[in-house]
Design a protein around this ligand. Structure first.
Ligand SMILES: [Fe+2]
Length: 334
């Protein structure tokens, strides 16, 4: 089964600038050349930067800068082999010298599958005090100088038919539907991971900043320990001179995650994230209206959220007790 993201391969216009950005962002740089660089996160996942015209970037429907291939990590080679055998029934699959099986998913995103043993990573967030509720006595919170993300949490693409793209991942690669943003996209979780989602497929022509109707990368999210580490990362990036987020710090309602999106010279945005919901197969997916789903609060309110959104959500009818459980259906497009 798939346990998470093993590698994101970016196509970028300026490798040197993008490399400096991700190093400042807190990713460990392990290789750097004129036309490529490689970061390996503490969990063992990788961020690889290639020039946008590199022949090593696979062909797909994706255009522009950003992630041009997403490699999923599987818990065993047998699992890779089984998934590949299924994929080969209706598409080309190329296995490279490293054992990565490359293919193009429905929706037009280039993907790979490889055996992946995640290195153990320990997060130890400080206990939180509240008045008359002491969890930390005679003990300060951690003081940090830098933010160092330890894992790749999720990646987001705009695609031309998000329902079909999501259905492919569920039917062919064992993904679960986590939640739906009505008319905008689907959040999906791989079988061997309890984090709320590892991929969000947005409709390419959805009215979302960074999408323009074409299939393209939107953002990647990197996991940090807590709010303090997240804010120290934001402050450090600002001190380094990188552009600020347009909406600042926020907490999503859908997934509960604390987040900050930062513009990224490698394409799209790079997001710090922490404190997401954890799900298993007992979770009942929900359908949200976008404005209600986007945030519980934001440090910088954008114009579209100046009026408080209506509390517009419901459980997904296909997943309520007694319902049959197709992956997605046209009823999602209310
Ligand atoms: Fe995100």
């Amino acid at each position: 089964m798939i346990i998470g993201i093993e590698r994101l391969i970016y196509g970028v216009e300026n490798v040197a600038e993008s490399t400096r950005y991700f190093a400042d962002f807190g990713l460990p740089l392990v290789e750097q050349a004129d036309d490529s660089s490689l970061f390996i996160l503490p969990e063992g996942s990788r961020i690889e930067l290639l020039r946008l015209d590199s022949p090593r970037l696979p062909k797909s429907d994706l255009i522009g800068q950003g992630v041009r291939e997403l490699v999923w990590g599987c818990n065993s080679q047998q699992s890779v082999d089984a998934l590949v055998a299924n994929l080969k029934t209706d598409r080309e699959v190329r296995v490279d010298e490293r054992g990565v099986a490359h293919f193009v998913a429905d929706g037009g995103v280039a993907m790979g599958l490889v055996q992946f043993t995640r290195a153990p990573v320990v997060f130890a967030p400080d206990p939180v005090n509240a008045p008359f509720n002491t969890q930390r006595l005679n003990q300060t919170r951690k003081w940090r100088r830098r933010c160092f993300p330890k894992n790749i949490q999720h990646v987001v693409f705009g695609v031309k038919d998000h329902e079909a793209a999501g259905r492919f991942l569920c039917k062919r690669l064992g993904f679960r539907l986590s939640d739906v943003m009505r008319d905008y996209g689907v959040f999906l979780r791989c079988e061997g991971n309890n984090d709320h989602h590892q991929i969000f497929y947005a409709e390419a022509d959805a009215k979302l900043e960074g999408l323009d109707g074409q299939p393209r990368f939107h953002h990647a999210n990197f996991g940090v320990e807590d709010l303090d580490e997240l804010m120290i990362g934001i402050n450090y990036m600002e001190r380094c001179g990188w552009p600020k987020s347009s909406v600042g710090l926020g907490r999503h309602r859908l997934s509960s995650g604390l987040f900050c999106y930062l513009p990224c010279p490698a394409g799209g945005q790079a997001e710090y994230g922490t404190d997401f919901d954890a799900l298993d197969d007992n979770w009942i997916p929900r359908i949200y209206e976008i404005k209600f789903s986007f945030s519980v609060w934001l440090s910088v309110l954008p114009p579209f959220l100046m009026d408080e959104p209506a509390w517009d959500w419901c459980y997904h009818p296909d997943y309520l007790p007694g319902a049959s459980k197709p992956v997605t259906r046209s009823a999602l497009k209310k």
